[in-house]
Design a protein around this ligand. Structure first.
Ligand SMILES: Nc1ncnc2c1ncn2[C@@H]1O[C@H](COP(=O)(O)OP(=O)(O)OP(=O)(O)O)[C@@H](O)[C@H]1O
Ligand SMILES: [Mg+2]
Length: 312
């Protein structure tokens, strides 16, 4: 494993008899962005709390740069933006960031420099004298991220950093994040329910359900494994086309509604076949489009499989 920066080894958290996090083992590499996905109550926030050291595991361990999660050595490498940040009511934005900077072992001078940098980076400079609790949701999220990054951590844990934001604000936050992460080669674990947006930033997918690991793979690999593309076709005579393709060995699934939807393990060969059939039978092509798998599609497929398994 190249440049392992964080690791969960059979990490487990019980609340009474309830298993919130169930023997999770995942390894995180330097410089990569990991999407952390799962339904409400799956255990994402609890896992993050364990990694930050806000809670102790019931069983198993987590390591940050080789140090046990929760230790002082581990904490200095981690930046954390919680799902529900609790800002100090009487602090303005600048004072708050300065205060957070000074909580890590920084000189006052350095803390001031970092605060200025973060205020500028997240477009908060003009609001630096305003009280944080009066900020809009989007601005609070930015303060949360600025706070998480203030001490130049190696690892960022971001719990739903774009929840409840308008499209422009989400885009701005993710764009800033993407830039900062690539500049500083940080490792990020980011949870979100907006999979279409997560898909654009992550390299790796970690899915959990009921505290248990469901998937841990590079995104590209997962996309290939879990889905056969769908080819949507509409011609001047779709019924004829269906007849021709019905029992063809290249076709693994065929459905016909407004369009013909085809799946195949050999998509390129199927495309060639379609073109030649259209030519041969004088079918005019109106639609010929391959639908790409999305992270959302993959997630749904996986969860349906799990539900199905659970019912047996
Ligand atoms: N302090 C606690 N005491 C008891 N149960 C808890 C505690 N914290 C979390 N839980 C339970 O653990 C489970 C996992 O919660 P968690 O907040 O980690 O889920 P999540 O994946 O972050 O969900 P969401 O997507 O809604 O944020 C939930 O059933 C929750 O009720
Ligand atoms: Mg949560």
């Amino acid at each position: 494993m190249e440049n392992k920066v964080m690791e969960m080894v059979s990490l487990t958290k019980r609340f009474g008899s309830f298993m919130a996090v169930n023997h999770l083992s995942v390894t995180f590499e330097e410089g990569k962005i990991y999407g952390f996905i799962g339904p409400n109550g799956a255990g994402k926030s609890t896992t993050m709390s364990l990694l930050v050291g806000l809670m102790r595991p019931t069983e198993g361990k987590a390591y940050i740069m080789g140090h046990e999660a929760g230790s002082k050595e581990a904490k200095r490498w981690i930046g954390y933006s919680p799902e529900f940040p609790d800002f100090y009511r009487d602090m303005n934005c600048e004072d708050y960031l300065l205060y957070m900077a000074q909580l890590s072992d920084m000189s006052l001078q350095e803390a001031k420099e970092r605060t200025k940098m973060m205020l500028e980076e997240f477009d908060l400079w003009d609001h630096r004298h305003d009280l944080v609790y009066k900020f809009s949701t989007g601005m609070k999220k930015k303060v949360g991220l600025a706070q998480a990054m203030i001490h130049q951590p190696k690892i960022l844990l971001l719990d739903e950093p774009t929840a409840n934001l308008d499209p422009k604000s989400r885009y701005d936050i993710l764009d800033t994040l993407r830039r900062l992460v690539s500049q500083h080669h940080m490792t990020v674990l980011i949870s979100s329910h907006v999979l279409s947006e997560l898909e654009t930033v992550i390299y790796h997918v970690v899915i959990i359900n009921h505290g248990t690991l469901v998937l841990d793979r590079p995104k590209e690999e997962a996309m290939k494994m879990f889905h056969q593309g769908v080819l949507k076709v509409h011609t001047s005579d779709d019924q004829k086309l269906c007849q021709l393709l019905q029992d063809h060995p290249l076709v693994t699934s065929l459905s016909f509604n407004q369009e013909v939807h085809l799946q195949s393990e050999q998509m390129d060969a199927l495309k060639d076949l379609l073109v030649s059939l259209c030519y041969q039978y004088h079918l005019r092509l109106h639609v010929f489009e391959e639908e790409k798998i999305t992270l959302e599609g993959l997630y749904k497929q996986l969860m349906e499989e799990k539900d199905h398994e659970g019912n047996h």
